[in-house]
Design a protein around this ligand. Structure first.
Ligand SMILES: Nc1ncnc2c1ncn2[C@@H]1O[C@H](COP(=O)(O)OP(=O)(O)OP(=O)(O)O)[C@@H](O)[C@H]1O
Ligand SMILES: [Mg+2]
Length: 193
């Protein structure tokens, strides 16, 4: 029952999000990036896992460029379908090393896999379909991030990037769903209560 609710909500939100104009996505992603770059917890993080955004997700390009200028180490999530797992892979040259993979999500080419244990991470930037201010998260439905977040040490913080339209009053949650520590939108920084 809960699963069905999640699926229908996910579908509804994904349709709504796909209707956002490219201008809206770009402009608000820029504000969200600025809000993130201003946070102490971002500035003091040296090992950051970050997703490569699809067209209508909060974009992460500006964050990547800024992190590279600041000589932070950036890992992107490598999806291992066979094991239902996400693994952090260090990326050095974003232009050269990535190709589109599952769902059009960019992943490193095999020869550029540089896999590290999740414990090296200070910060993980999480995508999502919908969130609540309690930090609850609805993802794409694979449970990849839930499994990944459950392995992290307490020192590793999680920050979700979300447009305001993705913040809902309530989303169905299961026992395995792991909340994020912070959510950043174009208007505010939400610390889960
Ligand atoms: N820690 C876990 N161990 C085993 N199964 C899990 C775990 N976390 C989630 N799952 C399973 O994964 C499936 C998808 O979970 P859910 O619908 O919450 O995905 P999601 O959070 O939307 O997706 P994602 O995290 O990939 O963005 C569910 O069947 C759930 O039981
Ligand atoms: Mg989940």
């Amino acid at each position: 029952m809960v699963k069905l609710n999640k699926q229908s909500l996910r579908k509804q939100l994904l349709i709504k999000r796909s209707e956002l104009s490219p201008e809206f996505v770009l402009e608000n992603s820029k504000k969200i990036a600025e809000n993130l770059l201003n946070l102490d917890i971002y500035q003091s993080s040296n090992n950051i896992m970050l997703y490569i955004a699809t067209q209508d997700e909060v974009q992460t390009q500006k964050i990547i460029e800024s992190a590279q200028r600041d000589k932070k180490r950036i890992f992107i999530p490598l999806i291992i379908r066979r094991d239902n797992a996400l693994l952090p892979s260090l990326v050095i040259d974003f232009k050269k090393e990535l190709i589109p993979g599952i769902l059009g999500i960019y992943q490193p080419r095999k020869e550029f896999y540089r896999i590290y244990p999740p414990t090296v991470l200070d910060l993980i930037i999480v995508p999502g379909v919908a969130f609540t201010i309690q930090g609850h998260r609805l993802g794409r439905g694979g449970g990849y991030y839930d499994r990944f977040l459950s392995q992290l040490e307490p020192k590793t913080l999680s920050i979700a990037l979300s447009f305001e339209m993705q913040i809902l009053n309530k989303i169905p949650i299961d026992i395995q769903d792991i909340p994020v520590d912070y959510i950043i939108t174009e208007e505010r920084v939400i610390r889960r209560d």
